[in-house]
Design a protein around this ligand. Structure first.
Ligand SMILES: NC(=O)c1ccc[n+]([C@@H]2O[C@H](COP(=O)([O-])OP(=O)(O)OC[C@H]3O[C@@H](n4cnc5c(N)ncnc54)[C@H](OP(=O)(O)O)[C@@H]3O)[C@@H](O)[C@H]2O)c1
Length: 263
């Protein structure tokens, strides 16, 4: 059923052009929301916006592409100015942009102290700064009461990520969420984190995807013996952003088929 323009929720999804972010955009567009998808590359964003707007037009949903590199304060400010002028408020912010800079890194890039500085800084920028700068830019635009902020962490925050920097960056989001939930709670805004395990069908693992042996190992670790899909995460985000989850804040929801404790 189409939602009247005045009641359409304004939903901002970073990294909305691909993978989990695209599925999050789809879930909100299906509910009739006006979704703004952010990312650095225009091509996947515009393709996603066009496809999802066509798919969910009957429900009154739409997706708009807005390019921005969210590691840059000026870019986050530009996004805020655009959203303020276009809508005057934001109902939901989904901080999904991120990734592991070590995936697909050139041979030797992570070697030595210079390499360590590179991937720790890179993963901090990609996973922490993108979320912090977007959220801080938009916090005064958040609908209150009723606003929602969701951050994307990872199972890696609980178990490590090999070299530590990706996991450490994701783990840094947890105390940021606690502080933000405490700050915004009195205004009726919730702040939560979703921490997925292995999710297939995204660009996270690079153009070649996960090697077969590793994929089998990741699936074996899940108690339900399957890979996660972007929609598994998107549905959890959608629920956290719903009125039904109004008393859920400052929480980390793991979406991993039980893999964190799998055996
Ligand atoms: N797939 C998994 O197994 C898995 C597991 C746990 C957690 N996660 C997390 O889930 C989130 C989504 O990942 P995914 O699996 O869907 O991978 P993905 O397809 O690579 O999506 C990441 C998105 O983030 C965007 N992005 C990256 N850096 C950005 C920046 N500086 N500014 C704006 N946008 C930026 C990318 O677009 P551009 O490159 O165009 O900017 C891309 O659309 C990430 O935070 C990831 O760490 C994934």
């Amino acid at each position: 059923m189409a939602t009247p323009e005045t009641q359409r929720r304004i939903v901002v999804v970073s990294g909305g052009g691909t993978g989990i972010g695209r599925a999050v955009c789809a879930a909100f567009a299906a509910e009739g929301a006006e979704v703004v998808a952010l990312g650095r590359r225009a091509e996947p964003l515009e393709r996603t916006a066009k496809e999802l707007t066509a798919e969910h037009a009957a429900a009154g949903g739409s997706v708009r592409a807005l390019t921005a590199d969210l590691t840059e304060p000026a870019e986050a400010e530009r996004v805020r100015d655009d959203l303020r002028a276009a809508y005057g408020r934001v109902d939901v912010v989904v901080n999904n942009a991120g990734g592991n800079v070590l995936v697909g890194a050139p041979e030797g890039a992570a070697d030595g102290l210079a390499g360590a500085a590179w991937h720790w800084t890179g993963n901090f920028r990609s996973n922490v700064l993108t979320a912090v700068l977007l959220t801080e830019a938009l916090r005064d635009l958040l609908a209150a009461p009723g606003g929602r902020v969701v951050l994307l962490s990872s199972i890696a925050a609980y178990r490590g990520s090999g070299a530590g920097s990706y996991a450490g960056a994701k783990a840094a989001l947890h105390p940021y969420m606690y502080d933000l939930a405490a700050d915004l709670g009195p205004r009726g805004v919730t702040v939560n984190t979703v921490a997925p395990g292995y999710i297939a069908e995204t660009e996270f693992f690079g153009p070649d995807g996960v090697a077969d042996a590793r994929r089998r190992m990741l699936v074996e670790q899940a108690m339900n013996r399957r890979a996660g899909a972007p929609a598994d995460v998107a549905e959890t985000v959608r629920w956290l952003a719903s009125p039904a989850a109004g008393h859920v804040t400052g929480q980390i929801i793991q979406v991993n088929g039980g893999a964190e404790k799998g055996r």
